[in-house]
Write a protein that binds this ligand. Structure first.
Ligand SMILES: Nc1ncnc2c1ncn2[C@@H]1O[C@H](COP(=O)(O)OP(=O)(O)OP(=O)(O)O)[C@@H](O)[C@H]1O
Ligand SMILES: [Mg+2]
Length: 775
């Protein structure tokens, strides 16, 4: 029933399809929004026709989803349709839709969306253990297809829930035009307001006004100088070479030509050098502003975005902007000026010949345009394959141990060769296209020259123009078509650069969610009294993580947080550090609402040992001193000793100068943990947070660290989380969490006596350790 209702606007499709000629879909934004929400996208008429032929009732489809990569791996439209019994994949073009797959759902064992690097693939595993790649989609649609796979899986298992969240598919679309947004950005390339972005870029140029003016002037001069030589050649031929006299003029002309070339070279050098400086400074400004904004963002900002995508904003997008500023804009101006300049000169010399010059021009423009359209597709395919290789390589190399352990080298080699082979094919296509079209274009260009040779030649013979005029003409002509070809590519270039800038501005403009309140209170000396009143919190609005938490923590108290994995222990700590803001209720620190405390004051007085200790590449000493930049070596060693790290540090040949490697991967997990404890100790905080601080160390080391921690927690408010419950025995109070709620609180002994959740957890662990002991 619901399906029918949702599908109502398209019920006419099957019957009327044959009468409708156009295949274009005209769908208003609202319609797209309304339909995509639940996985129904409006179908093109050609699909309606095809479904009619296949005797499939479009009203019974429960999923109609479009993908953006064609069967051939190019950008193009493909459709995935599912009804209660079958799954179809169709390719469409303007005239028809062809059926690629028609699978009964009963044959499908599993369906999944596999992310690759540049794209993703929707894969089916049949009950006969056969894998079928149903379709590919660009990264922009990754989230959509992940959900689609889940949904189909549900349909297969007959557990599809039609009461799904309202905005399930909506957020991927531009609210303005309804088109799919590229992944990880809210910038719609379609709706991009070019004028506004250019204006903003100009603001960045402001500090370099003088340089920009000089560069523009130099470009103008260079262009003017470049226009000299053919004209002087004309004088040379007409006044010196043809009459065979006037050596003085010859010398002057050669000198003038030499000087023109010399100055134009000189100007080009100066221009290039200034531009390099301006361009680099400009990107430095943009990049550093971008990085500052990234540092300011709250954790929720990072939760929603991929690190890779953010990195590409700082690296690739700023680089694109640089190349546009340094190469693109001057290229455009110089070529534009040359074109205008030459056009004017040509008409000034001889308007009749000049008008002939323009005969092949439309052809050159048209061919270049067409070529780029095709070339772009081929290039996309090529990059796409590169991305696939990247994905395979990244995946396999990081899991090389697994490959070797299961003896799958041959299979991986085969898989790689397959991908590499398709890259080769795409590469051949790109190169061949290039090497066919460019000589072709060059030929078209020369065509104009032939016309001028012929018509101009006749004019010379008839004495209507001089030989010099003809030669000058041909000279200008040689300079004319190149810029013409180049300028047809400019719109492509500009739209890419503007999209990059817009993606950069998107980050610069996004307001951090966690900010100091305007009336924030400085708390230079925190005592460490916390009070949670009816606190509720969720990372995603559909899934509450903490529900109605009430908890009072006194200054200097050690609180142990226990509970099953995913119960919300780390989340409590995230709220204490104000990494996230609460949804409901209040959290106060020393009687002040935590939202009113200056974030800097709060974080400065918190020492935290994270569940997954993170070290930066550098030395051990640098990592310990991360919390206190000006720490003396003595302080660092004292902290390391307290964390029980000193001994193992001294055993390595470089001691405190040992390089820890990227993310500290050259140390063992236990060693990393001890260094991060030392870091927290050195910080000397009022509030100490230990999230599984001793999870990766052996019992003996744990005991030693426990002692260190016991010394450390004196007089500080401490939140400690541990799965190994024995670790928390000495806590003043244990808080037991279950599914985001506090279910018990009390000391170790009290809770044991109570024989509730904590008692059960302890019993369970005892049994497990006994089992281990028996083994
Ligand atoms: N950044 C996040 N975005 C969305 N959901 C999250 C995020 N971090 C945690 N969650 C979810 O919140 C719930 C509670 O997570 P939390 O990290 O607080 O559990 P935990 O009690 O610390 O578990 P563990 O003992 O395994 O560390 C989990 O269901 C988890 O999936
Ligand atoms: Mg945790």
């Amino acid at each position: 029933m619901l399906i029918r209702l949702l599908f109502a606007p398209y019920t006419c499709m099957g019957a009327q399809a044959s009468r409708v000629e156009t295949t274009r879909r005209v769908v208003s934004t609202n319609k797209i929004k309304g339909l995509i929400m639940r996985g129904y996208e409006s179908l093109p008429e050609v699909i309606g026709k095809r479904l009619h032929e296949l005797k499939v009732d479009p009203k019974e489809l429960c999923l109609t989803i479009s993908a953006d990569i064609s069967k051939e791996g190019l950008f193009g439209e493909r459709w995935l349709l599912v009804n209660k019994e079958r799954l179809f994949v169709l390719s469409t073009n303007e005239e028809k839709a062809s059926l690629d797959y028609d699978l009964p759902l009963s044959k499908i064992k599993e369906i999944r969306a596999e992310p690759l690097v540049g794209n993703g693939v929707l894969e089916v595993r049949t009950k006969e253990e056969q894998t079928i790649e149903l379709l590919h989609y660009s990264n922009a649609l990754e989230r959509k297809f992940t959900r689609v796979a889940t949904k189909i899986q549900k349909i297969i298992k007959n557990e599809e829930d039609l009461r799904e969240e309202e905005d399930e598919f909506e957020e991927d679309h531009c609210p303005n035009c309804g088109l799919m947004l590229p992944k990880g950005t809210k910038v719609c390339p379609h709706c991009l307001k070019k004028g506004k972005t250019i204006k903003r870029l100009l603001v960045y140029m402001k500090p370099y006004r003088q340089e920009v003016f000089i560069v523009a002037l130099l470009m103008f001069l260079t262009t003017a100088l470049d226009l000299f030589p053919p004209y002087f050649t004309k004088i040379l031929i007409d006044d010196v070479l043809t009459p065979r006299k006037n050596i003085r003029l010859l010398i002057i002309l050669v000198l003038v030509l030499l000087a023109a070339r010399l100055f134009s070279t000189l100007f080009a050098i100066i221009r290039g050098r200034i531009l390099a400086r301006v361009g680099m400074n400009l990107t430095f400004d943009v990049r550093s502003e971008l990085y500052q904004c990234l540092q300011k963002q709250s954790l929720s900002f990072y939760d929603k975005r991929q690190t890779g995508a953010l990195m590409s904003r700082v690296t690739r997008d700023t680089e694109q902007l640089l190349s546009f500023m340094v190469d693109g804009i001057p290229f455009f101006f110089v070529n534009g000026m040359i074109l205008i300049g030459i056009g004017v000169v040509l008409f000034a010399i001889n308007w009749r010949l000049a008008s002939l010059v323009f005969i092949p021009a439309p052809l050159v423009i048209l061919c270049t345009h067409l070529f780029w359209q095709r070339f772009r597709v081929a290039l996309h395919k090529y990059w796409h394959r590169w991305a696939q290789i990247g994905a395979t390589l990244g995946d396999v190399l990081s899991g090389i141990q697994v490959v070797k352990a299961f003896g799958q080298e041959k299979r991986e080699i085969h898989k790689f060769n397959e991908k590499s082979g398709s890259l080769m094919q795409a590469g051949i296509e790109v190169e061949q296209l290039f090497s066919t079209v460019f000589p072709g274009l060059a030929f078209l260009t020369v065509l104009g020259t032939f016309i001028i040779w012929y018509v101009g030649g006749i004019d010379v013979i008839a004495g209507r123009i001089t030989l010099g005029t003809l030669i000058a003409f041909l000279g200008y002509l040689g300079m004319f078509y190149g810029p013409l070809q180049a300028l047809t590519r400019f719109s492509d270039w500009i739209s890419r650069a503007l999209t990059s800038s817009e993606r950069i501005f998107e980050i610069i403009d996004s307001q951090p969610e966690i900010l100091d309140a305007p009336d924030a209170i400085p708390l230079p000396n925190i005592e460490g009294n916390f009070e949670f009143k009816n606190v509720s919190f969720s990372y995603d609005k559909n899934k509450p993580v903490l529900k109605g938490i009430n908890l009072k923590v006194k200054s200097g108290e050690m609180i142990g947080l226990v509970g099953k994995s995913g119960a919300g222990k780390t989340t409590i700590i995230n709220l204490v550090c104000r990494f996230y803001d609460l949804d409901e209720g209040s959290l106060s620190l020393d009687g002040v609402d935590i939202h009113k405390v200056k974030i800097k004051d709060l974080r400065r007085q918190i020492g935290i040992v994270l569940q997954e200790p993170f070290l930066f590449s550098g030395t051990i000493a640098q990592n310990i001193a991360y919390s206190k930049v000006n720490a003396t070596p003595e302080e660092i060693i004292r902290a390391a000793k307290a964390a029980n790290a000193h001994e193992f540090i001294m055993k390595s040949p470089d001691g405190y100068d040992t390089q820890v490697g990227e993310r500290g991967k050259r140390l063992s997990a236990g060693e990393r943990q001890r260094i991060s404890i030392a870091r927290a100790i050195l910080h000397n905080p009022r509030i100490l947070i230990l999230d599984e601080a001793t999870a990766s160390v052996d019992t003996e080391t744990e005991r030693q660290i426990q002692e260190a921690i016991a010394r450390l927690i004196k007089g500080r408010t401490t939140f400690a989380i541990a799965h190994r419950l024995s670790t928390l025995k000495d806590a003043d109070r244990l808080i037991v969490f279950e599914e985001g709620k506090i279910v018990e609180a009390g000391t170790h002994e009290e809770l044991l006596r109570k024989k509730g959740n904590y008692f059960n957890l302890v019993q369970l662990q005892r049994k497990l350790s006994q089992l281990k002991a028996v083994e």
